[in-house]
Structures are given as structure tokens and as C-alpha cells.
Write a protein that binds this ligand. Structure first.
Ligand code: AMP
Length: 296
């Protein structure tokens, strides 16, 4: 069985068999199980999802697995931050009952050959510059949900496109789990928390903090009747003059299906249907963010 929890450490499972034994014994007792998948290097954004899980279920499982299948060869798999001991201490404080820490061999044993592809949604926005990404995410999340078999699973709106891809996969494959989104947790200057923020030098970090302000201004302008195309183009120019090296995208989309809203103005009655999505590059770091147009 898993190693036992103490005050400072949650119980840890490293095998699917052990995870299943824990979860099925809870379920036999009628307990509701929530699951929070992560890649570790945990910050308050991750922990807010664990706390949300705690509020919605009797038992909380969080996984830490840096999934090689969602990184392209030129990306940061080797340098992705790893802090297992600290992560476990943070998890127990946030209310996690069991941490699932499989290694790559447990997840993808010799001869592994199955992929999950969510068409359409995966080819847009982040999928354009990271064509491998959502296939890798859908495959690992499908496996994790099958391995854990939770009642609910919680994902951050920070990765809003990923949340939609997972909801679509769960619906399409009739997976018996409810997918719930948690709000974006931000630093004091509005930068969305991310494990990758650790890559930023102090000069880059200062630039990164401007993304929130530029997104918020664009939203306010569009919400008060400014032309969408003009506003998005002006904000993109501002990002470049304020020190961002590249803007991968800065677009207004419908929150339900990511379809484009790129012409004219947005009627007040449709504010609630829209979300602003951004991906920017500073030095070697790519940051993503998104915001609703109304308060919801
Ligand atoms: P990651 O470890 O980056 O794969 O993220 C694991 C989960 O935490 C995903 O569901 C993310 O969307 C979520 N997450 C990451 N950053 C934040 C944040 N700043 N606020 C809320 N959720 C987040």
C-alpha cells in the first residue's frame, strides 16, 4: 500500500495498483473523490484547486507527473522545475489526502502505443504553435482519470483551452467524471501564477507583469464599445513596445467553443459569452493568460 501520511506529508502512491486500492476503499465507504492533476512545482494556483476539491469532495487525490508526451523535442522537459518534497508538504497543507506520483515507465510502459486526439479545439490557439501539446495532454489526462476513477476532477481556467479540450474528451468518450474549472490565481501585479514564471529573469519578470494591465485595458475598451480588431491590434503593438519579444496570439473568442469574435463591436448582451486569450514570449519563456469580458 501507499506510504502513510503524517502531519507534514500526504500518503503517496507511485503505482496505479496502489492508487486504485486507496480510491476503491474510499468509494466502498461511500466517500466522494476529487482529483487534481498537476506537473508539480506547485504554487498557490495549484493549491487553490486542491482547496476547491476539498470543498467539493470527501477525499482529494493530486497527481504530480511531468508528462513527456506534451513537450516537443525543443521544449523544456529537461529543465521543467521539480520540487517533490516541497510539493508534498504543500499538498498536505492544502488538504490533499493522497499524492499520486507515477514515473514515466508506470505511465507509458514498454510498447505503449495509444493516443487520444480531440480534433478541432486542439488545433487552435496554443495548438497552432504547439501541435503536439493537446494530444499529449488528452492522452495523459484520459489515463489519469481511468487510473484514479474520481467523481470529479478539477482543472484551472489558467489553461482555459485545455479545460475545454478535457471537457470535450470526457463528453465524447462517455467518461463518468465531472470536470470543474477553478479561477486563475494571480501575483500581486496580476501575472497569472505559473511554474514557468520561475524561468523569468528579474527584468523579464517586470515586463511579464504588464500583460495583465494591457489585457485589462483591452477588455474594458471592448466592453465599452470599442472596435474589436482595432483594440486587439493596438494592444498587440503595446505589448511589443513594452518589452515582450513576440505575441503568439491576442484574440477575443467565444468562451464556449473558442470561435472567433473579431469584427465590429461586441453588444453588451454578448459580453458574458466572450473571453480574451493571450500567448506572449519573453526571452525563452512563453506565457499564456485569459480573462472573461464580464465579471463571470
Ligand atoms: P500544471 O502543473 O501547469 O500542469 O497545472 C496543473 C493544473 O493547475 C492545471 O489544471 C492548471 O490549469 C492549473 N493552474 C496552473 N496555474 C494556475 C493558476 N495560476 N490559477 C489556477 N489554476 C492554475
Amino acid at each position: 500500500m501507499s506510504s502513510h501520511s503524517s502531519d507534514s506529508m500526504p500518503a503517496v502512491s507511485r503505482s496505479v495498483k496502489d492508487l486504485r486500492e486507496n480510491v476503491s476503499s474510499w468509494r466502498k465507504h461511500g466517500l466522494k473523490v476529487a482529483f487534481v492533476p498537476t506537473m508539480g512545482a506547485l504554487h498557490e494556483g495549484h493549491l487553490s484547486l486542491v482547496e476547491l476539491a476539498r470543498n467539493k469532495a470527501d477525499k482529494v487525490v493530486a497527481s504530480i507527473f511531468i508528462n513527456p508526451r506534451q513537450f516537443a523535442a525543443h521544449e523544456d522537459l529537461d529543465t521543467y522545475p521539480r520540487n517533490e518534497t516541497e510539493d508534498l508538504m504543500k499538498l498536505v497543507t492544502a488538504g490533499c489526502d493522497l499524492a499520486f506520483l507515477p514515473d514515466a515507465e508506470e505511465m507509458y510502459p514498454q510498447g505503449y502505443s495509444t493516443s487520444v486526439a480531440v480534433d478541432g479545439l486542439s488545433r487552435d490557439l496554443c495548438g497552432l504553435s504547439r501541435p503536439h501539446f493537446f494530444g499529449g495532454v488528452a492522452t495523459v489526462v484520459c489515463k489519469l482519470l481511468n487510473q484514479c476513477q474520481p467523481d470529479i476532477a478539477i482543472f484551472g481556467e489558467k489553461d482555459y483551452q485545455q479545460l475545454l479540450v478535457i471537457k470535450r474528451m470526457v463528453r465524447d468518450l462517455d467518461m463518468p467524471v465531472s470536470i470543474i474549472g477553478g479561477p486563475i490565481i494571480r501575483e500581486e501585479d496580476g501575472l497569472a501564477m505559473s511554474s514557468r514564471n520561475a524561468y523569468l529573469s528579474s527584468a523579464e519578470r517586470e515586463v511579464a507583469g504588464k500583460l495583465n494591465r494591457i489585457m485589462t485595458s483591452a477588455i474594458n475598451e471592448i466592453a465599452t464599445g470599442a472596435d474589436i480588431q482595432v483594440t486587439l491590434q493596438r494592444a498587440t503593438n503595446t505589448l511589443l513596445t513594452e518589452g515582450f519579444d513576440r505575441v503568439d496570439y491576442f484574440e477575443l473568442r467565444r468562451k464556449a467553443d473558442l470561435s472567433f469574435i473579431d469584427k465590429g463591436t461586441l453588444p453588451a448582451a454578448q459580453l458574458d459569452t466572450a473571453r480574451l486569450f493571450a500567448a506572449v514570449i519573453i526571452g525563452k519563456t512563453r506565457l499564456i493568460d485569459n480573462m472573461p469580458l464580464s465579471g463571470t
